[in-house]
Design a protein around this ligand. Structure first.
Ligand code: BYC
Length: 472
């Protein structure tokens, strides 16, 4: 394992200095990345000092430094998790053979597509969140937003390293394309649906980091099993950073819930909006939207792509070692499908159901945070219960796209949908209302916007009153 080199332009533990051509190519991409960051990264904060965590090694202990950094000076490094000696492929047709250290020719295009799809989400999310700083509810939250943003930038670096190192000219072209597509641009959109959705208020940001970053967790867990070892090791280390992003989402929503409860109770009519807060009904609609959009990110329920990713050892299941059968050649998966106007269960070959297998784990994991939010509501003495909608609800990808289902997963007609959609998904009025609460940033250390409760504690043992972002 190469030791960490932190004093070069691109910090790394991949012995970049030993490959001058690769190093030069990445050093040429670096200013393009920085230009993109200046144009599309957090708008209006590039000169501020932000108290950030920077990855400096892959050791479990002390893998990151904390300190004030101006974002454009953040040291976006390339880090692969420690190699596992004698690593073998853990699933699929090549199960048990040595893991690949180079890209097998027959899998080159598929692997490149997978890496580009993963990579594309990283700059996309930064673009989606670029104006949120201007309406931050506190310096604590502002810093967390920027922490998430710079780390998504690092995840882009992790994937670009793979493209440059293993895919030659095609890879370099793809790396350029990653800086050219734009979230929400009708002519050059980002690849996956959710990453073109506007994320213009902080409730959306917290829902995004809870639900969409969690898709990131599961996709990374599946790619961390890849037989292509450099990809597996890159994703393993990315997961270390991802945990914080989901923490930001889970605690962010929790704090909005807590405040919603306080304000509901403070109002004679139980109306949190009348007290200048976000009501739980609006929060539920946001939850419905971001969950259903993120569920689409797993792809179709029945997918020949997923079957071939698995067969060829490129993308496994999360924590593949927990499964008994790593070939999945004979198993079946019971899937409910829409047949002749009704839902019917059907057994389908397990390999073609791999997207659904991963989605099952994701949905169960999503529920855990929702349970915590519900405990907070119950502790406040209210009887509202937040729920995750059924996975058939509001789908744009897969078996149920183009059909109408209510949040319980029951089929509804177009006219019922049109009548009810305003109580299921955020309306224009909801979005305007929520944005209307967030017109001004809160820059005073320790102070919180009215619509959100303070966090339990500050960052890295620092008090909440710490100046997490020093404005210039
Ligand atoms: N939107 O067989 P199908 C993260 C496409 S998030 C638009 O159903 P497949 C992060 C699909 O690409 C994790 N298109 O699905 C989070 C295919 O197109 P092609 C990102 C979609 O291929 C927050 C066609 O539909 N990582 O890290 O089995 C902040 C038929 O596909 C969508 C990955 O996604 C959609 N939602 O699975 C920052 C991992 N869904 O190829 C970062 C890499 C599907 O026919 N990607 N399509 O043109 C993959 O593993 C797979 O591509 C997918 C799709 C799971 C996305």
């Amino acid at each position: 394992m190469a030791s960490v080199v932190n004093d070069t332009k691109i910090p790394n533990n991949v012995d970049l200095a030993s490959d001058r051509r690769l190093q030069r190519a990445l050093e040429e991409w670096q200013p393009e990345f920085l230009n993109w960051w200046q144009d599309m990264g957090p708008e209006g904060f590039q000169r501020d000092d932000v108290y950030l965590r920077t990855a400096v090694s892959v050791d479990h202990e002390g893998w990151a430094n904390f300190g004030y950094v101006k974002m454009p000076d953040y040291r976006w490094g390339i880090f692969l998790a420690e190699a596992v000696p004698d690593k073998t492929i853990g699933f699929g047709d090549d199960y048990g053979k040595p893991a690949w250290q180079q890209v097998p020719g027959e899998h080159r295009n598929t692997l490149r597509r997978l890496i580009v799809t993963q990579a594309d989400t990283e700059p996309a999310s930064v673009e989606q969140q670029r104006r949120l700083g201007q309406t931050c509810p506190s310096l604590y939250d502002l810093r967390n937003l920027f922490q998430v943003n710079v780390e998504e930038g690092r995840h882009l670096w992790a994937m670009v390293y793979l493209l440059h190192t293993y895919f030659g000219r095609d890879g370099r072209e793809e790396a350029e394309g990653l800086l050219q597509r734009r979230s929400g641009d009708p002519d050059h959109p980002r690849i996956l649906g959710t990453f073109n959705e506007p994320c213009e208020d902080w409730l959306s940001f917290f829902m995004f980091t809870y639900f969409t970053d969690r898709d990131g967790k599961y996709q990374l867990l599946a790619l961390a099993e890849s037989g292509f070892d450099p990809l597996a090791r890159s994703c393993r280390f990315m997961l270390t950073e991802e945990a914080h992003h989901m923490f930001v989402g889970e605690t962010g929503v929790l704090r909005v819930v807590q405040r919603a409860c306080e304000l509901t109770k403070a109002d004679p009519n139980g109306d949190a909006r009348a007290q200048g807060g976000i009501d739980l009904a609006t929060l539920q609609r946001y939850l419905n939207f971001w969950f259903s959009s993120s569920v689409d990110l797993f792809g179709g329920e029945v997918s020949s792509n997923a079957a071939s990713f698995f067969a060829s050892g490129l993308k496994g299941r999360a924590k593949e070692e927990q499964h008994a059968d790593h070939l999945a050649l004979t198993g079946t998966y019971r899937m409910s499908q829409w047949k002749n106007g009704a839902i019917a269960d059907e057994d389908i070959p397990l390999r073609t159901a791999m997207n659904e297998v991963l989605r099952d784990e994701y949905v169960a994991d999503c529920q855990r945070g929702v349970d915590k939010w519900n405990r907070a509501i119950a502790e406040a003495g209210l009887d509202t219960v937040l729920t995750i909608p059924h996975r058939r609800f509001n789908r744009r990808v897969g078996l149920y796209s183009g059909m109408r289902f209510d949040p319980h997963g029951e089929p509804v007609t177009e006219s019922v949908w049109n009548d009810k959609v305003g109580s299921w998904l955020p309306t224009l009025d909801d979005r305007r209302y929520v944005r209307g609460l967030m017109t001004k940033p809160v820059y005073e250390p320790g102070v919180m916007a009215h619509w959100i409760a303070p966090p339990k504690q500050g960052i890295k043992g620092l008090p909440l009153t710490f100046e997490y972002v020093r404005r210039q």
